[in-house]
Design a protein around this ligand. Structure first.
Ligand SMILES: Cc1cc2nc3c(=O)[nH]c(=O)nc-3n(C[C@H](O)[C@H](O)[C@H](O)COP(=O)(O)OP(=O)(O)OC[C@H]3O[C@@H](n4cnc5c(N)ncnc54)[C@H](O)[C@@H]3O)c2cc1C
Length: 415
């Protein structure tokens, strides 16, 4: 580790590793710092197909193709009444190779990205914590570190990338974090062996299952070695307030989801239950002089559409390009480092709208698709992650009025 770098990237998740790899490839001197020992456990196993292009750019696509990660070719939804949607096969909409993706154990996946950044020339250090970002006036100029042996040191740089995930180091320090009041969710999840898989190509699908009453939903993510990641998500006030231990809550919700009970008939729990909360938030400022936010440090919407890793990879890519151009021009201002943010935010807003639709109990995707079969391809596009083009939001021309109607009907029924 040197005393001075062009760029210090904090956090060795998908966002930080992508930024660091692309910076190093462009010959910017780069330090990537991860506080945990790599590999480390992380939630977030289901990828979106559009990650394909970032993998290609990072040079890890072949590794992904050669890997034994489970192939994800489709997603499906089970309604609160137990009705199962036809699978959304990504390749039915677009037959190219990029219409498939993977279900990944994050320890191994993130390590591959961490190693890739190192192979491209970044100094990658784990078991080292960034205690603080150093500022001169409003400009970030370096970081204060706590090394593996407990000692501390300082490293200077021209740009700091905060990719600390939900720790959101800079957003917390600068008071930039704002919760979504309508997304006060909690997730409880564990790992099962021998859960029933759907036959054929749909066997690797992520399945999202509403419980009866729609107060919670389960994810079902098939992993290797016949392990399945299964989690329940619900409003905090409903899911955990005044209820028992995580395993009791999980069991209570499970009985409200016959489609999952059926899939778990012969399955065995192989882990403890883990809990995540307060994970949905946005940030009011995403770049400043000498700093920029990437991935969850920038914000996180909701786990339902498996968009988190994709957003981390994509924002990492954009941030790296902006930094490389800025360093070449000698301009590391907020405007330069964050020039990509408005367009990026525009795309992520489409997923935010889709999340809103899912959580509007009176709105039915099934009914909407029956009324508008012409939108099936557009919906698949959103599920693939194709959200960063002009027509990506076309479906909402019809969905937003339907959603508003559903909300109005709900309001009236409560009067
Ligand atoms: C319940 C739940 C389920 C989810 N399911 C999915 C899913 O199926 N698919 C999907 O795509 N996404 C999912 N996500 C989201 C996904 O986990 C994140 O969006 C993704 O991991 C973000 O990547 P990142 O690189 O921004 O941050 P992270 O992957 O969190 O990486 C940040 C890294 O920074 C390190 N760090 C933090 N602070 C410091 C510090 N001070 N110094 C040094 N290092 C530090 C951390 O140790 C960590 O390794 C889910 C999220 C939740 C909450």
């Amino acid at each position: 580790m040197k005393d001075l770098y062009d760029c210090v990237v904090i956090g060795g998740g998908p966002g930080g590793c992508t930024t660091a790899a692309l910076l190093a490839e462009a010959r910017c001197s780069t330090l990537l710092i991860e506080r945990e020992k790599v590999p480390r456990f992380h939630v977030g196993e289901s990828l979106m197909p559009e990650t394909y292009w970032v993998f290609e750019r990072l040079g890890v696509l072949e590794k992904m193709k050669q890997s034994s990660f489970i192939k994800k070719l489709s997603v499906a939804f089970v309604s609160h009444s137990g009705a199962e949607s036809n699978p959304f096969f990504f390749k039915e909409h677009d037959p190219r190779e990029c219409s498939q993706t993977w279900q990944v154990e994050r320890g191994e996946f993130d390590k591959m990205l961490f190693d890739n950044a190192a192979e491209k020339g970044a100094d990658c250090v784990d078991e080292t914590r960034v205690l603080d970002v150093l500022f001169e006036g409003d400009r970030a100029v370096g970081v204060k570190l706590q090394l593996a042996d407990g000692s501390s040191s300082e490293v200077g740089c021209k740009v700091v990338v905060d990719a600390t995930g939900q720790q959101a180091l800079l957003a917390n320090r600068l008071g930039l974090k704002v919760d979504y009041p309508d997304l006060q969710k909690v997730a409880i999840w564990g790992y099962y062996h021998n859960a029933r898989r759907d036959p054929g190509e749909h066997g690797g699908a992520t399945i999202i299952m509403h419980t009866s009453g729609k107060k919670s939903w389960f994810w079902y993510i098939p992993l290797r070695e016949d392990i399945t990641s299964i989690g329940v998500v619900g409003e905090r006030d409903y899911l955990v307030q005044g209820r028992g231990a995580p395993e009791e809550i999980f069991e209570d919700e499970l009985v409200k989801c016959p489609a999952l009970v059926d899939r778990l008939m012969n399955a065995e729990l192989t882990s403890e239950f883990r809990v995540a909360k307060e994970f949905s938030y946005k940030t009011t400022k995403r770049a400043g002089d000498g700093w920029v936010l990437v991935g969850d440090a920038w914000g996180f919407i909701d786990p339902i559409y498996s968009s988190g890793v994709y957003f981390a990879l994509k924002s990492g890519e954009h941030a790296a390009d902006a930094i490389v151009a800025g360093l070449r021009m000698g301009d590391t201002s907020a405007a330069q480092l964050g020039g990509w943010l408005d367009d990026f935010h525009g795309g992520t807003k489409l997923i935010r709208k889709l999340v809103d639709a899912y959580y509007t109990n009176e709105f039915s995707f099934g009914r909407f698709m029956k009324a508008h079969p012409e939108h099936r391809g557009k919906l698949t596009d959103l599920l693939i992650g194709r959200i960063f083009h002009d027509d990506a939001g076309k479906i909402f021309d019809d969905m937003e009025p339907a959603l508003a109607e559903a909300k109005q009907a709900a309001l009236e029924s409560r009067l």
